[in-house]
Design a protein around this ligand. Sequence first.
Ligand code: UFG
Length: 339
Amino acid sequence: MSVLITGGAGFIGSHTAVEFMNAGYDVVIMDNFSNSKPVVLDRIKEITGKDFKFYKADLLDAAALDRIFEENPEIDSCIHFAGLKAVGESVSMPIEYYHNNVTGSLILCDSMRRHGVKTIVFSSSATVYGAPDEVPIKESARVGNATNPYGETKVMIERILKDIYVSDKEWNISVLRYFNPVGAHASGLIGEDPNGIPNNLMPYITKVALGKLPQLSVFGNDYDTHDGTGVRDYIHVVDLAKAHLKALEYIKSAHGIDYFNIGTGNGYSVLDMVKAYEQVTGLKVNYKIVGRRPGDVASCYADPSKAERVLGWKAEYGIVEMCRDANRWQTKNPNGYDS
Ligand code: UFG
């Protein structure tokens, strides 16, 4: 039995590969390195003390996928991360986003089906809820008003997976809707390494704190939140990685298709995060308040109780560990994986 991890060299994929290997699974990783580096693979081996098979391949390459399943007949399930993920970029490159994410997922599912592999955990996102009608968000909330093409690709892939299940009840599908993944592995060997200037809050804060960027721009302080800045549900990437293990184990025995919010249930504002980071690390995070960023919502946090009730999964790490581990990663790797 082994698990194919698409996008396994990426931020969440690499942490998930570590948790699966630590739990005794054999993994096969595929990645095209479009937003990751080959050295990640060495780091995963260093952390786990184990080896694994790797394929440099693109999801759009159906022949490469077929070869992976043919050469590894023991693969019986897939954790699917591979895809483009930058919200702003998706607005200017919709064709690339729909093609890579949606077509890529179709090609993957088609190859899985032809090789009799019908168990998948899909990396979705809270972005599928768009601007939520209420928080905390439950899985039953309305889906489908994503505010950008990236979010729409997640909505579409969720829809495709549902239709696949309707057509063939042998599929076991678990859809995980992540809130805001942050932090890094406690070893400081793997972490988030965005291309260029980060779009997301936490990697931006870590770079400002270490003097690699001059100042954080806080996008708006006039939201209807406790201090006017945007509120999100930040989740430690190692907790998130562990949710995939639980989701795979559950769906293999329960069968069907099911959806889970993966967050802590706690909402922190941008300024809460800045303060927490300063307190935990002793570093200063310079910031200035600027206008709102288009497409942002005031408040987005999970009701994660279904994941606890059904999967037996609950976030173990809090904001202190998120800041501590993000800072350790950035300090040990000031230029990311190029350090
Ligand atoms: N923010 C700033 N300054 C920055 C970056 C972000 O003030 O430089 C603020 C944002 O306005 C927002 C909060 O910090 O209030 C979090 O922003 P992020 O960009 O880190 O995260 P988002 O909530 O916008 O989006 C993230 C992922 C998406 C995913 C979504 C799910 O980037 O991929 O969570 O809810 F879809």
